[in-house]
Design a protein around this ligand. Sequence first.
Ligand SMILES: NC(=O)c1ccc[n+]([C@@H]2O[C@H](COP(=O)([O-])OP(=O)(O)OC[C@H]3O[C@@H](n4cnc5c(N)ncnc54)[C@H](OP(=O)(O)O)[C@@H]3O)[C@@H](O)[C@H]2O)c1
Length: 261
Amino acid sequence: MKCGFIGTGNMGGALARALKGKSELYLSDFVPEKAKALADELGGTACDNVCAAQNADYLFIGVKPYMAKEAIDGIFSTLESRAKAPVIVSMLAGVGIEKLESMLPRKMPVIRIMPNIPASSGNGTIMYAANELVSKPKLKAFLDAMADSGVLMPMQEKLIDAGSAISGCGPAFVAMFIEALADGGVVCGLSRADALKLAGGVVAGTARHIAKTGLHPGALKDAVCSPGGTTIQGVRALEEKGFRAATMDAVIKAYEKTIGK
Ligand SMILES: NC(=O)c1ccc[n+]([C@@H]2O[C@H](COP(=O)([O-])OP(=O)(O)OC[C@H]3O[C@@H](n4cnc5c(N)ncnc54)[C@H](OP(=O)(O)O)[C@@H]3O)[C@@H](O)[C@H]2O)c1
């Protein structure tokens, strides 16, 4: 399998790293040094956009959404001249499959993915949807190749923007929670390093526990809150400050921004 990347920034770079050893990589960026450094790291080929578009079986569009049209215009004739169209893999936030298709020279197989930053360490949660031109074997080969980036989750295309308000933006929200937990620990006398280790550990461990047991988060909370105990006092403090409403609002605001509301 040959994968081309147009744009090797934060997310393009993260996904290229996940494909290391599973795919021949053709890496292109506005800043050629960036693509070269990544190619040296991963054993791929640094090239320009046209070369990536010429060689790729799967062509990842990794530029910012507002730059996508310009980037695709630059490879339009290359894509047009290819007898066998590559699968276009779009990570463009807020850009639907139909809009992307309208930028291409003809109807081509398109996989829309919505990755997140933890994908760079293999801990991503990556939604995907494909148009009808992506055959089952092509989709399977793609998912197999991407397996090292994290959990791949099929999603109805119309719900990807809603999902990305959790998975794409959520790492920032969760990081703020971890930081705040640690700050509380520092107030109580813990060293910063110990407090961060405990805070990160409890968030990761609780998430894994919920995933493994299938326990509802509310049931887990209830199980930890003994009558008249310490945890329920902390839960009360969080409720008083509107923790859950603020978290819901964060997701809703991010979603509204994504859809341009
Ligand atoms: N970061 C995330 O958490 C995240 C999550 C989900 C989806 N995404 C999506 O991933 C895409 C990339 O985001 P990012 O955070 O990785 O952005 P980024 O770090 O800015 O990377 C984009 C890269 O593409 C380069 N570029 C711009 N125009 C180009 C062109 N015409 N040809 C080749 N390369 C070009 C940029 O170069 P310059 O820096 O010189 O402009 C930059 O190196 C976006 O569409 C975003 O919506 C990101």
